[in-house]
Ligand binder design. Structure first.
Ligand code: NAP
Ligand code: GCO
Length: 290
């Protein structure tokens, strides 16, 4: 009998996760290593890369890491060439690196807008462009983009991020349209609100110890009444990188605990005492990983 679990194996695949020293990128890479992939990552500076290498080592994973800014095409090309020589050609790319700037749009400077668009949208274009020729030549490849609730919804202060993540959804569909004929699949993970350093300010308590109103809001919008954990995303990340998803292309799969299916409840009805220990744990994530 064929072992169907082999469909999810990444044995001998080279997986490049951008911006993966910590946070969601680290969680994706760790999950890939656990199902057999060789891990390659970049980050924006030496300190983060070294910390990343240490983080992987602690998990018993050898990861090839180097400094590379996803917005710099020359650095990206050099990185991909070095990886090809030292580890092998890239089979899986996860365009994870991303930033957010929470600034009301009427106060946002053009330079801040451009930086978000550059990292969150142009970065995935540059990195995908760098790996596509070799994937086409070898007749397979997986590209996974980091979309967001903001690929579908807006909210105050995140105009550039929403524009970038909405654009990334369409880049996902276009890579699927243009390169599906080479057996390359490009899909996206659309995480809901996940407890990582990027979202830590949204959970910070008030000076009097009170719950952050945004934390209360997100819990009232999520049927499970909790933030996502990095582990919640591992299964989908493996699925989209593996043979099991070979006929899934151009899709954004939302993994949001049901936010996008639910109108939400009155935040005033939540029982705050239930959440106290969870909030403390989230605070640990913030200080330990950043
Ligand atoms: P994170 O904790 O901020 O990690 C992102 C990583 O990317 C950091 O290591 C960051 O370095 C790096 N980076 C920033 N600019 C870069 C550049 N130009 N070149 C290379 N690396 C760069 O973010 P996260 O929460 O893990 O999120 C990862 C991805 O998922 C992002 O694209 C994010 O938008 C998306 N996402 C997150 C959530 C969530 O709830 N957390 C939900 C939906 C989507 P620095 O530390 O120097 O910034
Ligand atoms: C915000 C958040 C979000 C999340 C995520 C939601 O300020 O609203 O940071 O944008 O990080 O992308 O899916």
């Amino acid at each position: 009998m064929v072992d169907k679990l082999n469909l999810f194996s990444l044995e001998n695949k080279v997986a490049w996760v951008t911006g993966a020293s910590y946070g969601l990128g680290f969680a994706y890479a760790k999950a890939y290593a656990e199902v057999g992939a060789r891990i390659v990552f970049n980050d924006i500076n030496e300190e983060l890369v070294n910390r990343g290498i240490e983080n992987y080592k602690k998990e018993g994973i050898y990861a090839y890491g180097a400094v590379c800014d996803v917005t710099n095409e020359e650095q990206v090309k050099d990185f991909v060439n070095k990886v090809k020589k030292e580890v092998g050609p890239i089979d899986i790319l996860v365009n994870n690196a991303g930033i957010i700037k929470r600034i009301p749009m009427h106060e946002m400077e053009v330079k801040d807008w451009k930086q978000v668009i550059d990292i969150d949208l142009t970065g995935p274009f540059i990195c995908s462009k760098a790996v596509l020729p070799s994937m086409m030549e070898r007749g397979h490849g997986k590209i996974i983009n980091a979309c967001s609730m903001m690929s579908e919804f807006g909210r105050e202060t995140v105009s550039a991020y929403a524009a970038a993540k909405g654009g990334l959804k369409m880049l996902t569909r276009n890579i699927c349209s243009e390169y599906g004929q080479y057996n390359i699949q490009c899909n996206a993970i659309g995480p809901g609100y996940i407890a990582t350093p990027q979202t830590a300010p949204l959970r910070e308590r008030g000076e009097d110890g009170s719950m952050n109103p945004f934390d209360r809001f997100i819990r009232s919008k999520t049927p499970a009444q909790r933030w996502g954990r990095t582990e919640d995303l591992e299964g989908l990340a493996i699925f989209l990188a593996s043979q099991a998803s070979d006929f899934i292309n151009g899709q954004v799969i939302y993994i949001d605990g049901g936010i996008s299916a639910y109108i939400g409840q009155d935040p005033g009805n939540l029982d705050e005492s239930k959440f106290i220990s969870e909030i403390e744990a989230d605070t640990d994530i913030k200080t330990a990983d950043k």
